[in-house]
Write a protein that binds this ligand. Structure first.
Ligand code: NI
Ligand code: MN
Length: 225
Protein backbone atom coordinates (compact mmCIF):
# COMPACT_ATOMS: atom_id res chain seq x y z
CA UNK A 1 0.00 0.00 0.00
CA UNK A 2 1.31 3.41 -0.96
CA UNK A 3 0.06 6.57 0.75
CA UNK A 4 0.85 9.96 -0.79
CA UNK A 5 0.30 13.20 1.14
CA UNK A 6 -1.77 15.72 -0.82
CA UNK A 7 -1.52 18.45 1.82
CA UNK A 8 -3.76 19.34 4.78
CA UNK A 9 -5.90 16.19 5.36
CA UNK A 10 -5.65 14.99 1.78
CA UNK A 11 -4.23 11.58 0.91
CA UNK A 12 -3.95 9.41 -2.16
CA UNK A 13 -3.88 5.72 -1.25
CA UNK A 14 -2.92 3.10 -3.81
CA UNK A 15 -4.07 -0.34 -2.70
CA UNK A 16 -4.92 -3.52 -4.61
CA UNK A 17 -4.49 -1.63 -7.88
CA UNK A 18 -7.14 0.95 -6.92
CA UNK A 19 -6.70 4.64 -6.18
CA UNK A 20 -8.42 6.13 -3.15
CA UNK A 21 -8.41 9.90 -2.62
CA UNK A 22 -9.14 11.05 0.93
CA UNK A 23 -10.48 14.51 1.88
CA UNK A 24 -9.17 16.46 -1.13
CA UNK A 25 -8.48 20.14 -0.36
CA UNK A 26 -6.02 21.03 -3.07
CA UNK A 27 -7.32 23.93 -5.19
CA UNK A 28 -7.78 26.03 -2.04
CA UNK A 29 -4.42 25.18 -0.49
CA UNK A 30 -1.49 27.33 -1.67
CA UNK A 31 0.91 24.84 -0.02
CA UNK A 32 -0.37 22.08 -2.37
CA UNK A 33 0.42 23.90 -5.64
CA UNK A 34 2.69 21.01 -6.69
CA UNK A 35 -0.27 18.57 -6.73
CA UNK A 36 -1.82 18.27 -10.19
CA UNK A 37 -5.53 18.05 -9.41
CA UNK A 38 -6.37 17.45 -13.09
CA UNK A 39 -4.34 14.24 -13.29
CA UNK A 40 -5.07 12.80 -9.85
CA UNK A 41 -6.27 9.19 -10.22
CA UNK A 42 -9.37 8.18 -8.27
CA UNK A 43 -11.58 5.10 -8.17
CA UNK A 44 -13.01 6.11 -4.80
CA UNK A 45 -13.10 9.31 -2.74
CA UNK A 46 -13.25 8.87 1.03
CA UNK A 47 -14.71 11.81 2.94
CA UNK A 48 -14.40 11.97 6.74
CA UNK A 49 -16.73 14.95 7.30
CA UNK A 50 -18.39 17.85 5.51
CA UNK A 51 -16.09 20.78 6.32
CA UNK A 52 -14.80 22.78 3.35
CA UNK A 53 -11.18 21.86 4.04
CA UNK A 54 -12.12 18.19 3.42
CA UNK A 55 -14.64 18.33 0.55
CA UNK A 56 -13.51 21.25 -1.61
CA UNK A 57 -12.34 19.20 -4.62
CA UNK A 58 -14.57 16.13 -4.21
CA UNK A 59 -17.06 17.18 -6.90
CA UNK A 60 -14.39 18.09 -9.48
CA UNK A 61 -12.48 14.82 -8.99
CA UNK A 62 -15.64 12.68 -8.96
CA UNK A 63 -17.04 14.27 -12.13
CA UNK A 64 -13.74 13.91 -14.02
CA UNK A 65 -12.97 10.34 -12.93
CA UNK A 66 -16.38 8.83 -12.13
CA UNK A 67 -15.02 7.92 -8.69
CA UNK A 68 -17.49 6.74 -6.07
CA UNK A 69 -17.77 8.80 -2.88
CA UNK A 70 -17.63 6.84 0.39
CA UNK A 71 -18.72 8.72 3.49
CA UNK A 72 -21.52 9.00 6.01
CA UNK A 73 -25.11 8.87 4.76
CA UNK A 74 -25.66 12.65 4.79
CA UNK A 75 -22.50 13.49 2.84
CA UNK A 76 -23.14 10.76 0.25
CA UNK A 77 -26.72 12.03 -0.18
CA UNK A 78 -25.39 15.59 -0.67
CA UNK A 79 -23.10 14.44 -3.49
CA UNK A 80 -25.73 12.09 -5.00
CA UNK A 81 -27.94 15.18 -5.37
CA UNK A 82 -25.12 16.60 -7.51
CA UNK A 83 -25.08 13.54 -9.77
CA UNK A 84 -22.19 11.71 -8.08
CA UNK A 85 -22.40 8.04 -7.17
CA UNK A 86 -21.76 7.12 -3.58
CA UNK A 87 -21.63 4.43 -0.95
CA UNK A 88 -23.21 5.54 2.35
CA UNK A 89 -21.89 4.26 5.67
CA UNK A 90 -22.28 5.14 9.32
CA UNK A 91 -20.34 4.64 12.53
CA UNK A 92 -19.30 1.11 13.39
CA UNK A 93 -20.29 -0.24 10.00
CA UNK A 94 -17.89 -2.10 7.72
CA UNK A 95 -18.12 -2.92 4.02
CA UNK A 96 -15.95 -5.06 1.82
CA UNK A 97 -14.90 -3.15 -1.30
CA UNK A 98 -12.77 -4.46 -4.17
CA UNK A 99 -9.63 -2.95 -2.57
CA UNK A 100 -10.28 -4.01 1.06
CA UNK A 101 -12.64 -3.49 3.96
CA UNK A 102 -13.53 -0.06 5.32
CA UNK A 103 -14.99 0.68 8.74
CA UNK A 104 -16.38 4.14 9.48
CA UNK A 105 -15.12 5.12 12.94
CA UNK A 106 -16.12 7.67 15.52
CA UNK A 107 -14.53 11.12 15.65
CA UNK A 108 -15.06 13.96 18.10
CA UNK A 109 -15.52 17.01 15.87
CA UNK A 110 -18.36 18.70 13.91
CA UNK A 111 -19.52 18.22 10.31
CA UNK A 112 -21.55 21.04 8.73
CA UNK A 113 -21.34 21.81 5.00
CA UNK A 114 -19.96 25.23 3.99
CA UNK A 115 -23.57 26.50 3.58
CA UNK A 116 -24.36 25.44 7.17
CA UNK A 117 -26.45 22.41 6.24
CA UNK A 118 -26.16 19.19 8.22
CA UNK A 119 -23.24 16.95 7.25
CA UNK A 120 -24.01 14.02 9.53
CA UNK A 121 -21.60 13.02 12.25
CA UNK A 122 -17.85 13.22 11.56
CA UNK A 123 -15.78 10.07 11.30
CA UNK A 124 -12.62 8.34 10.24
CA UNK A 125 -11.80 5.13 8.42
CA UNK A 126 -10.05 1.86 9.14
CA UNK A 127 -8.81 0.31 5.90
CA UNK A 128 -8.01 -3.40 6.11
CA UNK A 129 -6.42 -4.95 3.04
CA UNK A 130 -4.18 -7.80 1.98
CA UNK A 131 -1.39 -5.16 1.82
CA UNK A 132 -1.84 -3.98 5.41
CA UNK A 133 -4.16 -2.10 7.73
CA UNK A 134 -4.26 1.63 8.31
CA UNK A 135 -6.41 4.02 10.32
CA UNK A 136 -7.24 7.48 9.00
CA UNK A 137 -8.60 9.39 11.98
CA UNK A 138 -10.16 12.41 10.27
CA UNK A 139 -10.49 15.59 12.31
CA UNK A 140 -10.85 14.47 15.90
CA UNK A 141 -9.92 14.96 19.50
CA UNK A 142 -8.15 12.21 21.35
CA UNK A 143 -10.94 9.78 22.18
CA UNK A 144 -11.18 6.64 24.31
CA UNK A 145 -12.97 4.98 21.37
CA UNK A 146 -9.53 4.65 19.73
CA UNK A 147 -8.82 1.93 22.28
CA UNK A 148 -11.42 -0.26 20.55
CA UNK A 149 -9.49 -0.31 17.28
CA UNK A 150 -6.58 -2.60 18.29
CA UNK A 151 -9.16 -5.03 19.70
CA UNK A 152 -10.46 -5.38 16.14
CA UNK A 153 -7.28 -5.23 14.05
CA UNK A 154 -3.52 -4.74 14.09
CA UNK A 155 -2.60 -1.38 12.56
CA UNK A 156 0.50 -0.93 10.41
CA UNK A 157 0.06 2.86 10.29
CA UNK A 158 -2.19 5.48 11.85
CA UNK A 159 -2.82 8.81 10.12
CA UNK A 160 -3.57 11.34 12.85
CA UNK A 161 -4.21 15.09 12.97
CA UNK A 162 -1.40 16.89 14.81
CA UNK A 163 -2.13 20.57 14.15
CA UNK A 164 -4.01 21.35 17.38
CA UNK A 165 -6.71 24.06 17.75
CA UNK A 166 -9.35 22.39 15.50
CA UNK A 167 -8.22 18.82 16.32
CA UNK A 168 -5.89 17.17 18.78
CA UNK A 169 -2.30 18.35 18.78
CA UNK A 170 0.82 16.20 18.53
CA UNK A 171 1.03 15.41 22.25
CA UNK A 172 -2.50 13.98 22.22
CA UNK A 173 -1.69 12.21 18.94
CA UNK A 174 1.25 10.55 20.72
CA UNK A 175 -1.17 9.31 23.39
CA UNK A 176 -3.53 8.18 20.60
CA UNK A 177 -0.69 6.03 19.27
CA UNK A 178 -0.73 4.21 22.63
CA UNK A 179 -4.52 3.83 22.50
CA UNK A 180 -4.21 2.45 18.96
CA UNK A 181 -1.27 0.16 19.79
CA UNK A 182 0.48 1.58 16.74
CA UNK A 183 3.87 3.29 16.97
CA UNK A 184 4.07 4.39 13.34
CA UNK A 185 2.18 7.63 12.77
CA UNK A 186 1.70 9.83 9.73
CA UNK A 187 0.79 13.33 10.87
CA UNK A 188 -1.64 15.48 8.90
CA UNK A 189 -3.94 18.49 9.33
CA UNK A 190 -1.11 20.90 10.24
CA UNK A 191 0.55 24.06 8.84
CA UNK A 192 -2.23 24.89 6.33
CA UNK A 193 -3.45 27.94 8.25
CA UNK A 194 -1.97 30.02 11.07
CA UNK A 195 -4.08 28.28 13.72
CA UNK A 196 -2.50 24.91 13.02
CA UNK A 197 1.15 25.71 12.35
CA UNK A 198 3.43 23.42 14.33
CA UNK A 199 7.15 23.09 15.08
CA UNK A 200 8.05 19.93 13.17
CA UNK A 201 11.27 19.19 15.03
CA UNK A 202 9.60 19.55 18.43
CA UNK A 203 6.77 17.22 17.41
CA UNK A 204 9.10 14.59 15.94
CA UNK A 205 11.37 14.71 19.02
CA UNK A 206 8.36 14.37 21.33
CA UNK A 207 7.33 11.15 19.57
CA UNK A 208 10.92 9.86 19.66
CA UNK A 209 11.07 10.48 23.41
CA UNK A 210 7.99 8.24 23.69
CA UNK A 211 9.55 5.52 21.47
CA UNK A 212 7.23 6.32 18.56
CA UNK A 213 7.72 7.47 14.99
CA UNK A 214 6.01 10.61 13.70
CA UNK A 215 6.30 11.06 9.94
CA UNK A 216 5.74 14.60 8.66
CA UNK A 217 6.28 14.12 4.95
CA UNK A 218 6.35 16.77 2.22
CA UNK A 219 3.30 17.32 0.06
CA UNK A 220 3.59 14.92 -2.88
CA UNK A 221 5.79 12.50 -0.93
CA UNK A 222 4.72 8.93 -0.10
CA UNK A 223 4.96 6.43 2.68
CA UNK A 224 4.65 2.66 2.25
CA UNK A 225 2.87 0.07 4.33
NI1 NI B 1 -13.14 19.74 10.23
MN1 MN C 1 -10.37 20.14 9.00
Amino acid sequence: MNITYLGHAGLSVEVAGKHLVVDPFISGNPLAKSVDLASLKADYILVTHAHQDHILDVEAIAKRTGAKVISNFEIVTYFENRGIVGHPMNHGGSWQFDFGTLTYTNAIHSSSFPDGSYGGQPGGFILESAEGTIYIAGDTALTFDMKLIPLKCKLNLAVLPVGDNFTMGYKSACMAADFLACNRILGYHYDTFGYIEINHQEAIEYFKAHYKELNLIKIGESINV
